[in-house]
Design a binder for this molecule. Structure first.
Ligand SMILES: Nc1ncnc2c1ncn2[C@@H]1O[C@H](COP(=O)(O)OP(=O)(O)OP(=O)(O)O)[C@@H](O)[C@H]1O
Ligand SMILES: [Mg+2]
Length: 226
């Protein structure tokens, strides 16, 4: 089972955000790096169908992101670059529970799953808090919990340590490390992806390096000129 890109490209009007690429992603830990505006988020959004390919196709564990878009959303969970935008209910507990609605679960089952995921990510003490009053680190952990609770097989995290202090960065890094899913992490925090099995480098909408973390990071320093 894998994520497969076949001649996939993305254009927004006249702008090519992603030039055609073909690749298969089957590793457990994959990093995505590159300068601002290089196409990282666009590439990652293709995976759960938030962005559709202008040409070519993308499949996730055999499901097509266009033809099977609803199933793909359940397969691949996405934690946004600004995770406060994905917390939609006012209170943390309600937000986590919201993802479990319409799945034929009883209220007691929903409450049990909500409590379990909050405990797993060490945020039980935030259950009754207002989502928009959480700190950056708390927001990140709650956003991860609210996606993990829905049971995706793949998790995509877009700049998960952005704006976090050293302590919360370490906590989020350890949380990512402990996830059983296939995980893709977009990051400007190169230390976060340094130990990953595979790291992709985007530059001006092109995939220009794809391999071991240290090789790809070295190439990134070259293209960034610093
Ligand atoms: N919905 C959109 N409409 C028009 N242009 C877009 C859209 N989304 C992205 N772009 C453009 O596509 C290019 C790639 O954007 P993308 O968000 O993928 O970059 P990124 O590598 O994630 O950057 P950053 O590190 O700043 O988050 C940019 O030039 C951006 O302005
Ligand atoms: Mg981005």
């Amino acid at each position: 089972m894998a994520i497969q890109f076949t001649d996939s490209s993305v254009r927004f009007g006249q702008k090519t955000a992603l030039h055609p690429l073909s690749l298969t992603l089957a590793e457990r830990r994959i990093g995505i790096i590159g300068l601002n505006g290089s196409g990282k988020t666009t590439f990652a959004r293709l995976i759960n169908g938030l962005v559709k390919p202008t040409e070519g196709r993308v499949t996730v564990n055999g499901l097509d992101t266009v033809a099977d878009d609803r199933a793909v959303l359940g397969e691949a969970g996405f934690i946004f670059q600004n995770p406060q935008h994905q917390l939609i209910m006012p209170i943390v507990r309600e937000d986590i529970a919201f993802g479990l609605k319409n799945r034929g679960l009883t209220n007691a089952e929903i409450a049990a799953k909500t409590n379990a995921v909050l405990a797993r990510f060490s945020v039980s003490h935030l259950a009754g808090r207002r989502v928009h009053e959480l700190s950056g680190g708390e927001t990140q952990l709650v956003a991860i919990a609210s996606v993990v609770v829905t049971g995706p097989k793949i998790l995509i995290l877009d700049e998960p340590t952005n704006q976090l202090d050293l302590k919360n960065r370490r906590l989020v890094a350890a949380t990512i490390d402990g996830l059983e899913q296939q995980v893709l992490v977009i990051s400007h925090d190169l230390g976060l992806v340094d130990g990953f099995e595979r790291v992709l480098l985007f530059h001006e909408g092109q995939l220009i390096a794809d391999g071991q973390a240290d090789d790809t990071i070295r190439r990134y320093h070259e293209v960034a000129g610093c």
